[in-house]
Design a binder for this molecule. Structure first.
Ligand SMILES: CC(C)(COP(=O)(O)OP(=O)(O)OC[C@H]1O[C@@H](n2cnc3c(N)ncnc32)[C@H](O)[C@@H]1OP(=O)(O)O)[C@@H](O)C(=O)NCCC(=O)NCCS
Length: 116
């Protein structure tokens, strides 16, 4: 995380509600017109309360502040809940990618995009 912030342009946001820290966001402006949403996490007991939609609003506003025209992310094809959340909030699947992570394992992801 420190390496990403120090040398790779990543920015992390801590997310809190009235009960304290409950999640985090990681984003990164690309060199082109895109904004990368790298991580969007909420503690399991704080899900389903509308916080994720507020987190995504913040991501979109950070992307606009950075002068970008779209936000993109990768999400595991089998992460049905996250895929449905992103679709509901206006993201579209634009591609898919399989990444070999060694020892016979692969990451099987969709690439999703939200146009600002
Ligand atoms: C992804 C994550 C942040 C979403 O947070 P959440 O609290 O579960 O999301 P919510 O249930 O509040 O849903 C967010 C929105 O999607 C909608 N939604 C949720 N499930 C839906 C479904 N099956 N179909 C359509 N819309 C759906 C909700 O109605 C809500 O929209 P609204 O606020 O406009 O009403 C959270 O589930 C999480 O941290 N998951 C583990 C980490 C993860 O997988 N992150 C993504 C990796 S890329």
């Amino acid at each position: 995380m420190k390496e990403q912030v120090a040398n790779q342009d990543y920015c992390y946001f801590a997310v809190s509600d009235n009960d304290g820290l409950c999640g985090y966001i990681a984003v990164k402006p690309e060199k082109d017109s895109r904004f990368f949403l790298s991580k969007l996490y909420l503690k399991s007991d704080r899900r389903g309360k509308g916080i994720a939609s507020e987190m995504l609003k913040r991501v979109f506003s950070e992307a606009e502040k950075a002068g970008k025209t779209s936000v993109y992310l990768t999400v595991n094809k089998h992460n049905d809940h996250a895929v449905n959340v992103y679709k509901k909030k206006g993201f579209e699947v634009i591609d898919s990618v399989v990444t070999d992570i060694g020892n016979g394992f692969v990451m099987d992801d969709y690439i999703m995009e939200y146009k600002l």
